[in-house]
Ligand binder design. Sequence first.
Ligand code: CMP
Length: 155
Amino acid sequence: MAEVTERTLIICKPDALQRNLMGEIITRFERKGLKIVGLKMIQLSDVMLEEHYEHHKDKPFFDGLKRYMKQSPVLGMVLEGDECINAVRLITGATKGAEADAGTIRGDMAMATPGNLIHASDSLENAKMEIERFFKEDELFDYKKIDETFLYWRD
Ligand code: CMP
């Protein structure tokens, strides 16, 4: 069966900016072959965070999580690729950096929680909702990459 092209939302969190790791994180996704279709800095507000982390609002770490996410701007990024939601989650690694597999972004560069460098959408439904939450239609771009012009190995 042919792969399905998907889009997913990444947020490079304040610790990625503070630790000069934005470039390294983008590079990992670029090297994997994912297409960047949206990219911008965002200063998150309480309203945005309360919506984005709605499912965590009763957790004891919720206030700390909001404070951490507002420490500095974040980098919002929309990536596109065949079955990319799962591919991006694999590159991201487990929530707790100390438990994340070596080779993943969190496994290689994060030890703290909540300071785990990035957010990545966890399902098609959430990806759609999160992209709409942070990006306007005209901030997302359709274009062809050079490797997409060499499609002869696909069915
Ligand atoms: P993420 O999985 O992107 O989304 C929820 C975030 O909440 C998670 O990353 C961490 O940054 C944070 N988080 C999850 N669990 C904890 C915890 N036990 N203590 C503090 N922060 C947490």
